[in-house]
Every structure is written in structure tokens, then in C-alpha cells.
Design a protein around this ligand. Structure first.
Ligand code: NAP
Length: 309
């Protein structure tokens, strides 16, 4: 038997918690399911500088603790450590299957976020946790006064590279082109940082070491030449992929797996909404996730009123 709710939110990051605040304030009985702890991806960010209202910046953890406290203040029940394995749809009801049981509702908001993309090169799986990491905030302290490489040229790679530079001796930024993708203000900061060295037009082809990372092998994308760079850590930031496997064909996805929605954030199936990074969109930030969460919640509220017998 599944536990019945009016609305279910999947994912307790900025989008999911915002949707929860809006639904609770609208008087909609809601359950939020989260596979780990509340907070989502920003908890791994040392400093958030572009979320309005915090001119001096705020730690990602503190910001998300405030989101969670705000949702709690409106009574949102959050079921942590409940990983969703499938969502099924039958006669206008969704059944959400999780490690902690089954839950049903007429409306669901998917705010499940993304997971890091792997490079898929030799050594990456074998040395995971032995010098390879996808989270500088979590693991940076293990590399005090050592040399590390950061892979990628986007906001994540450069921001996390800058935070690593406070701890490590040297940060090699390995990028496959000769220009960064990161925001200009972040690029300028990185170029000024004496601990950061940029290895342009280089693609990692192997990470090696006996039991722990000792080097990374790079291929020059123009000449094909291989270079070995000795490092103790490799931080991979080559993008994120949407976590939508549990939705089967209830949603349409773009080529990278992100959920396609209409302007009301509704997916292919009536009553199913997507908000935050999991959605096909052009800008993935906390501020846009918050906007998505609010919009999805308000549209779900309207939908529930519409179908009310
Ligand atoms: P991203 O913007 O997709 O950047 C990924 C980087 O990895 C790109 O530079 C890409 O190179 C490179 N790359 C991709 N596949 C690769 C491969 N197989 N081997 C080597 N390099 C590879 O990802 P992100 O930096 O994680 O950011 C994700 C989203 O979150 C973005 O929308 C970003 O703006 C946002 N974000 C925002 C903030 C902030 O506002 N403070 C912080 C973090 C993230 P190319 O450039 O050549 O494609």
C-alpha cells in the first residue's frame, strides 16, 4: 500500500525546497523525498556570491541550511535518505517508489538535480577516492601543500580551482580549448591567482599511480603530443548530467537527458513538473532554481484545483 499525499517533491535542493515553501503556504499537503540530506548541490560550494541578498557572499552550506529552515518553518515534511527508484502513472495518480516505501500523489515536482559526468578514461574509476574527486569542498583539505589538477573550463572547475588554491601548493587547470567557459569575473580572479597554471588545449587520457594518484597524462588537442604532469589529486568538473532514469517515458528528454517542459514547467505527463538543474534550460544557478521551484509549485497548485472532484 502506498502512502497518499496531495503533492510530492523529489529532491531537496534549492528548487525542491522553494517548491515546498510555496506549496505549504498554499495549504497543499506535500511530502518532499530526498535521497541523501537536504541542501542539494550548493552545499558543496564554499562561497556563493551571486545569490541576491548576500552582498558579502555566503557559504553554500549556510544558504541551504536557511532554505531548509524556511521550509521547516512552514511545516514541510522532508523524508531524507529516501532514494526514488521509479515513478509510475495510473489514472491521474503518480506512485513514487523509494527505498523507504511507496508514496502516491496527483501531482509531482521533479527537482532531483544532476550528477557529475565522468571523463571515462583509464584510472578514473580505480583511483576514485584515492586522489580523484568530484568535490573540492569535500576533499580539498586532503591535498594541503600538494599539487593538484582541475579538469574543465566552466564555472565549477574555475570556482573550485580557486577554492583549492587556498589549500594546495599548485592548481593545474586542464582545459581542452584555449578559452574558458566560466563567468568573466571568475576567470579574471583565476588569471590573477599565482597558484593557478593553465594547461590549454589539453585533454586527460589517463590518470595513474600505485594505489593513489601520482600523475595525469594529457594529450595536446592540436598536436596529439602526450605530456605527463605529476599531481597528487585530480578534481573533475566536466559537466553534470540529469538524474531522470527513474521516470521512464513519463518525460521527454533532450540529448543530454534534461527534462523538457513547457513554460509552466510541466513535463509531457499532466501533473508532472520539473524544476531546477534537472530541467532543460539555459542557466543553471541557485537563483534560477528558486524561480523554477516557485513556478512549478504555483502551476501544480492550479492543476490540483482543476482536477479536484
Ligand atoms: P559546464 O559549464 O558544462 O562546463 C564543463 C567544462 O568541462 C567545459 O569547459 C567543457 O569544455 C569541459 N568538458 C566537457 N567534457 C569534457 C571532457 N570529456 N574532457 C575534458 N573537458 C570536458 O559545467 P559546470 O562548470 O559544472 O557548470 C554547470 C552549470 O552550473 C553551468 O550552467 C554553470 O554556469 C553553473 N554553475 C554556476 C556557478 C555560479 O554561478 N557561481 C557555479 C558552478 C556552476 P568546453 O568549454 O570546451 O565545452
Amino acid at each position: 500500500m502506498s502512502e497518499l499525499h496531495d503533492a510530492i517533491i523529489i529532491g531537496a535542493g534549492p528548487a525542491g525546497l522553494t517548491a515546498g515553501i510555496y506549496l505549504m503556504r498554499a495549504g497543499i499537503e506535500t511530502l518532499l523525498l530526498e535521497k541523501a540530506l537536504s541542501g542539494g548541490m550548493p552545499v558543496n560550494t564554499e562561497r556563493v556570491e551571486n545569490y541576491p541578498g548576500f552582498p558579502e557572499g555566503i557559504s553554500g552550506r549556510e544558504l541551504m541550511d536557511r532554505f531548509a529552515a524556511h521550509a521547516k518553518a512552514f511545516g514541510l515534511p522532508v523524508k531524507e535518505f529516501s532514494e526514488v527508484s521509479a515513478v509510475e502513472y495510473n489514472e491521474r495518480m503518480f506512485t513514487v517508489k523509494t527505498t523507504e516505501g511507496e508514496f502516491s500523489a496527483a501531482g509531482v515536482i521533479i527537482a532531483a538535480g544532476t550528477e557529475p559526468v565522468k571523463m571515462g578514461i583509464p584510472g578514473e574509476d580505480e583511483l576514485l577516492g584515492r586522489g580523484i574527486s568530484y568535490c573540492a569542498t569535500c576533499d580539498g583539505m586532503f591535498f594541503r601543500n600538494l599539487d593538484v589538477a582541475v579538469i574543465g573550463g566552466g564555472d565549477s572547475a574555475i570556482e573550485e580551482g580557486l577554492s583549492l588554491a587556498h589549500i594546495v601548493r599548485k592548481v593545474y587547470v586542464v582545459h581542452r580549448r584555449d578559452a574558458l567557459r566560466a563567468q568573466k569575473i571568475v576567470q579574471d580572479r583565476a588569471f590573477r591567482n599565482e597558484k593557478m597554471e593553465f594547461l590549454w588545449n589539453k585533454r586527460p587520457v589517463e590518470i595513474g599511480g600505485k594505489g593513489q594518484v601520482e600523475y595525469i597524462m594529457l594529450e595536446d588537442t592540436k598536436t596529439g603530443e602526450h605530456t605527463r604532469v605529476d599531481v597528487s589529486g585530480v578534481f573533475v568538473y566536466v559537466g553534470y548530467r540529469a538524474k531522470t532514469g527513474f521516470l521512464g517515458d513519463l518525460v521527454e528528454r533532450d540529448g543530454s537527458g534534461f527534462i523538457v517542459t513547457d513554460e509552466n514547467l510541466e513535463a509531457k505527463t499532466k501533473g508532472l513538473y520539473a524544476a531546477g538543474d534537472v530541467r532543460k534550460k539555459t542557466l543553471r544557478q541557485i537563483s534560477t532554481a528558486v524561480g523554477d521551484g516557485a513556478l512549478a509549485a504555483v502551476n501544480l497548485e492550479r492543476y490540483l484545483l482543476e482536477i479536484k472532484p
